[in-house]
Write a protein that binds this ligand. Structure first.
Ligand SMILES: [Zn+2]
Ligand SMILES: [Zn+2]
Length: 218
């Protein structure tokens, strides 16, 4: 192997309306993890945004990349950020307030240096080149169609990753940096929106119908 002069690669981010722009800078080989999550909460987020056709694949999966939050930077549009919790829990789901392009999922504090980038706004070919093609699936029970052959990720393995990231970030504050949080206070840059139970119920009904439609198409 010849040593490479440029060991990192960049993947540009832009929301549909162009207000929010940024980039992922990932080392070669990439250190994050590509996952497809089929869980009901990820599906609820897609329906909340009205972006299900763009965000969800044929098996109702959301393609994400779990990575160090400091490797994602925004160059403009931080004032357009919005976030929602679809369960009332600590997982924040970020998007552009003007065009509803999904951006990432995070926890509610930078203590957990965790960012799960949502890949639907990125160029698919470039994504494969920079982040690798290896994909694992999560929560296949709530997916659509035959997922019997896919590689699945274990929940304990994912929690272990999160623990390692959190401990590393405790010793290296640079790792806690996130374009979605205030550096000084560690607070999210947008006030999290909480769905009313009736809103969530309506979204879940929409998601049920969408799964049926996907199932019939496949
Ligand atoms: Zn936008
Ligand atoms: Zn999920």
């Amino acid at each position: 192997m010849t040593p490479t002069a440029n060991p990192s690669q960049t993947l540009d981010f832009q929301c549909q309306c162009g207000a929010i722009k940024g980039a992922v800078t990932e080392s070669t080989p990439p250190t994050g993890r590509r996952l497809v999550c089929h869980c009901n909460d990820c599906q609820a987020f897609a329906h909340y945004l009205g972006k299900e056709k763009r965000m969800l694949d044929d098996h109702a999966g959301t393609h994400v990349y779990q990575m160090d939050s400091a490797k994602f930077t925004l160059s403009q549009g931080q004032d357009k950020l919005a976030c929602v919790t679809v369960t009332g829990g600590p997982l924040l789901r970020w998007y552009c307030n003007d065009c509803q392009t999904p951006i990432a999922n995070t926890l509610s504090s930078t203590r957990f240096a965790f960012l799960s980038l949502i890949l639907s706004a990125f160029d698919a070919g470039k994504t494969d080149a920079v982040l690798g093609r290896e994909v694992e699936h999560v929560a296949i029970a709530s997916g659509v169609g035959d997922l019997g052959q896919v590689r699945t990720a274990s929940m304990p393995g994912m929690l272990w990753n999160l623990l390692v990231r959190t401990i590393k970030a405790r010793f290296n504050p640079e790792l806690k940096k996130s374009p979605l949080f205030d550096d000084a206070t560690g607070e999210p840059l947008a006030v999290p929106i909480k769905l009313e139970p009736a809103q969530r119920l309506a979204i879940d009904e929409k998601a049920d119908i969408y799964r049926e439609v996907l199932g019939e198409a496949g």
